[in-house]
Ligand binder design. Sequence first.
Ligand code: NAD
Ligand code: 13P
Length: 361
Amino acid sequence: SDKERVVIIGSGNWQVLSTLGSAIASVAAKNVLLHHELFHPEVKMWVFEEDYEGKPLTRVINETHMNPRYLPDIPLGDNVTAEPDLGKALQGATALVFVMPHQFFRKALDGIKGKVSQNARAVSLIKGVDVHGTKIQAYATIVNEELGISCSSLSGANIATEVAEGKFSESTLGVPSPDGFEGDPDTLPDARLWKPLFDTKTFSISVVADVEGVGLCGALKNIVAVAAGFIDGLGWGSNSKAAIMRIGMNEIKDFSLEYFPTTRAETFLEQSCGIADIITSCLGGRNRKVAEAMVKEGKPFQELEESMLKGQKLQGPETALHVHEFLAARGTKRPGGYPLFDAVWRICYEGAKPESIIDKL
Ligand code: NAD
Ligand code: 13P
């Protein structure tokens, strides 16, 4: 059949999106029914195989339709099949959803090259940036360049467990568009694929014609969330945290506009992926939580990531490192540079004291 076949590439905390994907393929909500003809009912999920209580994790997922390792107690839908072999997971796939910690992306991409049909399309839910010397890229751009397929970006104020529990959230879908596009982004071809897959009453998608802006918001807010965690660890209170959010928002916006000329200021200021994701991540995210513990316990983030997150990954500290390396190589025209991004890097990697976070702000 010519129905879209969905594969979820990744199986961590944010795989909750597979729940939505499968719900969308089968649940008789009116808007979903409208689009039902679009999708094949089976959703494949590539799972990095590991042992879970003496059994392969994929077998546990396929027997219980849950992922107790990374998303306990949430039913994934009977139509989600876990597959440890990347090549098999990709067979026949036309709609590729990339959702893995950025640390594992390059290796997965190597395994994907040459196995994707040219009529496939992709969306990246990964929050991070890739840096090589003076070059910086969002993940959707890398997927587009390396696989030669169109790639969108989905990001928003989306703490996974809250989304999984069906609590109302919004998210932003950035889709490719012709140069200078000023029309209704919902009419763009990739919006017509991804919005019906993800949009539900409790997971409300708005579409923008700004793939890179959406990806950069998701990546860079994690640095700001680490800073907010330091503020919590120091016990400095709400005014300080609000200042971090405001300053962080400006650094994200200015950084993106400086190095990615097609990004749009409205994406940062008006969309869930911008201001709203900064707020939720600075209140309730994993980066915030681990950064708070760094201050209170005086331990490095790598040690706390292991003990507190048990296999889930932090994106903030490494993103601060990547941005630092990029700025060192490329330079900036922004007066005073990016002092909040820089302070987070210094505290995470250079042993600077958390109190020094405000020194250059
Ligand atoms: P996670 O932090 O739960 O990490 C666990 C995942 O890493 C599992 O899929 C595991 O199989 C995989 N993994 C572990 N070792 C691996 C290896 N050696 N090779 C390949 N994979 C390996 O992941 P997540 O929370 O699903 O995050 C994925 C992306 O989604 C991140 O960029 C994150 O920022 C973003 N995101 C997460 C949330 C959230 O609340 N969790 C919300 C929005 C976006
Ligand atoms: P953390 O990775 O800090 O938990 O943030 C999750 C997220 O991206 C919320 O939108």
